[in-house]
Design a protein around this ligand. Structure first.
Ligand code: NI
Length: 136
């Protein structure tokens, strides 16, 4: 019997979508307004879901207080009120699309969880646009 526990979090961050190896025109064509050289911000909403067996002793899949602390240290403190392109090392050479941000968040949280737990990241860039990644 597997159960999923989830924790919501959010962070505000600025980004710019572009490739250095493309000229401004091609960046504008592919990324539109998101390629604005002066950056722009999003209110990112994050859902971190952990799936596993219920521990017989505690009745928990995992202690959600611990999950909350992991999200705080790995995501909120690293990304909140930051310029992702300029201030977050993971995006130095990686376009900070919602897809890539979700993968980076997954890769930061995954090693903090017990190996028998499954992890899924859902990241809302806007209330209507969201991506999810579960390591596959
Ligand atoms: Ni954007």
């Amino acid at each position: 019997m597997k159960v999923t526990v989830s924790r919501k979090a959010h962070f505000n961050a600025a980004h710019r979508l572009y490739r250095k190896d493309w000229d401004d025109e091609k960046n504008r064509l592919i990324f539109g307004k998101c390629s604005n050289p002066n950056f722009h911000g999003h209110n990112y909403e994050l859902i971190v879901s952990v799936t596993g067996e219920i521990d017989e002793e505690t009745g928990y899949v995992m202690d959600i207080k611990i999950l909350k602390e992991i999200i705080k240290s790995e995501v909120e403190e690293a990304f909140d009120h930051k310029n992702l392109n300029l201030e977050v090392p993971e995006f130095e050479a990686l376009n900070p699309t919602a897809e890539n941000i979700a993968v980076v968040i997954y890769d930061k949280i995954r090693p903090k969880l017990k190996p028998n737990l499954n992890l899924e990241i859902t990241l809302f860039e806007t209330p209507r646009n969201f991506v999810s990644y579960s390591g596959k």
